[in-house]
Design a protein around this ligand. Structure first.
Ligand code: SF4
Length: 613
């Protein structure tokens, strides 16, 4: 059997932290053959990216290797000198990151940056290096590689920059390519192109690929083998198809069942209670204990070992340990979470979507941004971000607005709630025209229409406690409430989104991403809105946390009869949550229909392209 390109053996990468030693990667083993794609998946904080950085030898500062080996073509690379490691990086092992702009140097042209890698590692004369760089740009599908060679990164789109990163990563034909969330920041259609491109180049160069992602659909379609990481360890390792068909570890089962899609519309999504524990405080035994629905008496104390359940299919769980299961230790732990299964069927809303009353209507809505040029900043034209759209949001319904970045989705949301002034058209709320109202006339509307943003961290003032953040809105929009009533309102709203009243005294940085998004929802909910714009509200969250937030949004919609405008690029989320979908392209709505209809019978070419991606 040929030597695998990469063999990771019992790798331990630790960090010194105030609370002790953080065991970010703690005894991880896997291998990748030439031409194989191996995917590492799991929630944030489970050790995927540290595994990647360990392999490319970029662990810095407080990090250190606690043991194990990383063999590249049979040679252990951990003991290499700094000079040898530098030669290896870019030459034998390359890496592409989520956000290419952070790895591209903005002051050098694309050509300079590819040439630097080729000349450093291949010692080619300048003329040959330039020819090779242009050839590489051609192979990552730039139709005009000579022109791109002279461009600066900031003048390229996100998808083009990621293609430049791939060109740099593959220009020396490395044996191993590490792709860390390579498409997360890109639109679905571009994601598809980038993944196809990596696959094509991998096949033609027989490169081994380590794909790190939280996107399980990407894994299903592109990886041969999958390792599911949890708590710095591999929880399950299997051929991709076997893992999706027959997941064995309770963590993998939970992850797969928390993915939203049409089949789960009538139910709540499965969620994983609690959050990933900090790497300084893992349980002695199974690290998933405390969150696992199938936990048994002995799980937290005794570590389960990764062992084969079927040929090539490994899981680290006592459920598959015959000896353990025969002992009293295997008695199930009955916890509260089990008594309340999250997958209950929700009561139907009595009014069918077609018969629900309109709440917000926009007609002929236009939002143009002036383009100014010259010393006098004269207006020389307009960017037509929103260009004459008609939409109706109904009471108790969710309208999803989908499309690529730059299509105008976010501008629509912000214009409707008057965070941006419309250039033309009508916004009608409960039959009243709002478009020409000034700030004073908008007060009632402001409390009835709220927005939840993608990144809860940047939208919450870090200097204010959560209580003060929610109180700010109440002071402005519900001045009739006295201090006591305000505090009661804040506590009850926090309770409604699953946070205890103690959260009022804490600051945003003290919460996890999912909890911060709950704070964002509580802030919107506190002023008793009827209409909420959710602008990519679950896009930045791990799939298990995303499931919790989607469940929460669905349940508050049912409880309060809210209307949502749900702006997203995730079509799985759309299928799960939306009653209707409007597809936006270049500032216009190109298709609008009921969710079922749109997914089963898309009519516009652009919708077909989106669905295919
Ligand atoms: Fe759950 Fe126990 Fe298996 Fe861990 S060992 S995943 S706690 S059943």
């Amino acid at each position: 059997m040929p030597t695998p390109v990469l063999e990771v053996k019992n790798l331990k990468t630790y960090f010194k932290a105030e609370a002790g030693v953080a065991k970010a990667v703690d005894g991880v083993s896997f291998e990748i053959a030439r031409g194989e794609t191996f995917a590492l998946v799991g929630e944030s904080g489970c050790g995927k990216s540290v595994t990647a950085l360990s392999i490319i030898q970029l662990i810095q500062d407080s990090g250190f290797y606690g043991g194990g080996q990383i063999l590249l073509n049979g040679r252990d690379i951990i003991p290499l000198s700094e000079k040898e490691k530098r030669e290896m990086r870019g030459n034998k092992v390359s890496m592409i990151f989520q956000e290419p702009m952070t790895s591209l140097n903005p002051v050098f042209t694309v050509g300079d940056q590819i040439l630097e890698t080729i000349m450093l590692h291949q010692k080619k004369p300048a003329v040959d290096a330039k020819a090779a760089a242009i050839e590489m740009l051609r192979s990552v599908k730039f139709p005009n590689p000579e022109a791109v060679f002279d461009e600066y990164p900031h003048r390229l789109s996100g998808g083009m920059r990621q293609r430049v990163m791939i060109a740099i990563a593959l220009c020396c034909k490395p044996d191993l390519l590490i792709a860390d969330e390579p498409t997360t920041a890109l639109d679905v259609t571009i994601q598809d192109e980038i993944i196809k491109l990596i696959k094509e180049l991998k096949d033609s160069m027989s490169t081994a690929v380590l794909l790190i992602t939280h996107n399980l659909a990407l894994v299903y379609n592109n990886a041969e083998t999958v390792g599911v990481m949890y708590g710095g360890k591999i929880a399950e390792l299997a051929p991709a198809r076997a893992l999706f068909k027959n997941p064995m570890h309770p963590y993998t089962v939970k992850l797969l069942r928390s993915i939203p899609d049409r089949g789960r519309r009538a139910r709540q999504l499965d969620t994983i209670p609690g959050s990933v524990p900090p790497a300084t405080a893992y349980a002695e035994g199974c690290r998933f204990s405390g969150r696992c629905p199938r936990e048994m008496q002995g799980c937290a104390a005794i570590e389960p070992l990764l062992s084969a359940r079927e040929p090539g299919h490994f899981a680290a769980c006592h459920l598959y340990d015959k000896e353990f299961m025969e002992k009293p230790l295997s008695a199930p732990l009955h916890r509260e979470a089990e008594a309340l299964p999250p997958e209950g069927v929700q009561p139907p809303i009595s009014t069918p979507p077609d018969a629900r009353e309109p709440l917000v209507r926009v007609a002929g809505l236009k939002t143009y941004y002036p383009i100014r040029k010259g010393l006098l900043k004269r207006v020389t034209g307009y960017v037509k971000a929103v260009d004459g759209i008609d939409l109706t949001m109904k009471k108790g319904s969710t309208l999803a607005l989908v499309g690529e970045s730059g299509s105008g989705k976010t501008t629509v949301g912000k214009t409707i709630i008057r965070l941006i002034e419309p250039t033309d058209g009508e916004i009608i709320f409960k039959g009243a025209r709002l478009t020409h109202l000034k700030e004073s006339g908008l007060k009632n509307f402001r409390s009835k229409a709220q927005i939840i943003f993608q990144d809860p961290y940047s939208s919450l003032n870090p200097r204010l406690t959560v209580g003060k953040i929610i109180e700010e809105g109440l002071l402005t929009l519900k001045p009739e409430l006295g201090k006591k009533a305000r505090l009661e309102k804040i506590a009850s709203t926090l309770g409604r989104v699953g946070l205890d009243a103690g959260a009022m005294e804490r600051y945003p940085h003290e919460f996890s991403g999912g909890q911060r998004q709950r704070v964002g929802i509580a802030r919107a909910l506190a002023v008793d809105p009827e209409f909420i714009v959710c602008d990519e509200a679950v896009s930045a969250l791990d799939v298990s946390v995303q499931a919790q937030i989607l469940n929460l949004l669905k349940s508050i919609q049912r409880e309060f009869g809210l209307s949502f405008l749900f702006i997203t690029h995730d079509l799985g989320v759309v299928e799960y949550i939306a009653d209707e979908v409007a597809v936006m392209h270049q500032g216009k709505i190109v298709e609008h229909s009921a969710t079922e209809e749109l997914f089963s019978n898309p009519k516009h070419a652009y919708t077909k392209k989106l669905l295919a991606a």
